[in-house]
Design a protein around this ligand. Sequence first.
Ligand SMILES: Cc1cc2nc3c(=O)[nH]c(=O)nc-3n(C[C@H](O)[C@H](O)[C@H](O)COP(=O)(O)OP(=O)(O)OC[C@H]3O[C@@H](n4cnc5c(N)ncnc54)[C@H](O)[C@@H]3O)c2cc1C
Length: 400
Amino acid sequence: MIDFELLPSTKQGLIGTRALAEGLFRKIGRHYDIHEHDKVQELHDLVAAMPKAPPKEKKEKRDETKLPKEPRKSEPGLATVVSMEEMSWGDVGIMLAFPAQGLGNAAIDAVATSEQRARFGQKFAAMAITEPCCGSDTANIRTTAKLDEATREWILNGEKIFVTSGYHCEAVVVWASLDRGLGRAAIKSFVVEKGTPGMTVTKVEDKLGIRASDTASIVFEDCRIPYENILGSPDVKERKEGLGGAMKTFDATRPGVAAMAIGVSRAALEFTKQKIEEEGFSFPYDRGLHELSYVQRTVMEMEANLEVARLLTWRSAAMLDTGARNSLEASMGKAKAGRAATLVTQKCVELLGPLGYSREWLVEKWMRDCKITDIFEGTGQIQMLVIARQILGFSREMLK
Ligand SMILES: Cc1cc2nc3c(=O)[nH]c(=O)nc-3n(C[C@H](O)[C@H](O)[C@H](O)COP(=O)(O)OP(=O)(O)OC[C@H]3O[C@@H](n4cnc5c(N)ncnc54)[C@H](O)[C@@H]3O)c2cc1C
């Protein structure tokens, strides 16, 4: 059974996160939306002056057949999604630009050894999977990692595009193949620290939303990294994706992206509801649908959809905390949250009329910002495929 009553430590942490989201993120969000990431260095300087949290402890690996009977003592997975929702409620672009919130950090947290955690846990890490040839089709990535037996270094070659925080990060988790002939099983993730010779940022995108967060292209040319920078096992045992493979990092990052979607759309919905209430509408939850106006019904349906998305997301995060495999649940949460958030924010713009479209309010920005949650770390369409394959027991070849 999963208990969603948050631990006192998580609730306590949420108070500080809410203060940061409301007092800083929400206030500066529009500024960085206009000035984009070129000015975000100020934000990084501000954050650099703040005390850094110690690296997270690796959670105990538990036997799935003996799921907890004793009360849990910590919930890093749940605490992370709760905090990401709150920060994204403040401003998702700023949250993504915020050191230690990199998509690569979730991957490191999920699979790093304690030695790697000590080396990389404090670094702001981006996640580089997508290439000019392929995004959804991750099995076909062309970036390679070859081991130099003499120096015990990995040599990386290839090009990554659309890397969130690729410009401002301190390290990048790079997906590369040890042997392109072996498909998915040979794809591994490697931590490459910024400044490593052979790694070059070649482009920074100008984009629709999350403009506070930079999105970069990175080229690796004979980029040498220590052997110990591989995340997980270097073994390529079988053609199928192994549990230790890079795909596992999605199990950790997808709940976070779903939480972002919920945070942004919750901000839009709360604001919209408040404006509607100011116009004299109320929201009587005890009435039948036939007694409600279109506006009342629409708002209530949006609230229900976000609640469903949150419960799915929390379930996937809580499973991470128990050590259970959560790939199906992580995809379900992300598919539902990304879709719901996209529809909710669009509907909020619609309900508010021309002012919803105006830059006077933040609703148009939330609509632009939240679209990415239905794209990165696997699009909504790809999540539906992942879910269908797992439920129906189909292979990738059977259902593409
Ligand atoms: C702002 C931004 C930030 C990003 N950040 C990162 C990052 O940090 N790291 C990273 O690695 N990547 C990042 N990406 C890339 C993103 O993850 C990919 O764009 C995404 O996975 C889709 O891949 P693609 O672009 O190759 O599109 P394609 O795979 O070509 O897909 C195009 C469209 O076709 C649909 N589609 C594809 N295959 C199927 C199918 N089999 N069935 C049904 N529909 C299908 C997709 O859902 C999509 O709508 C970012 C992208 C953006 C825009």
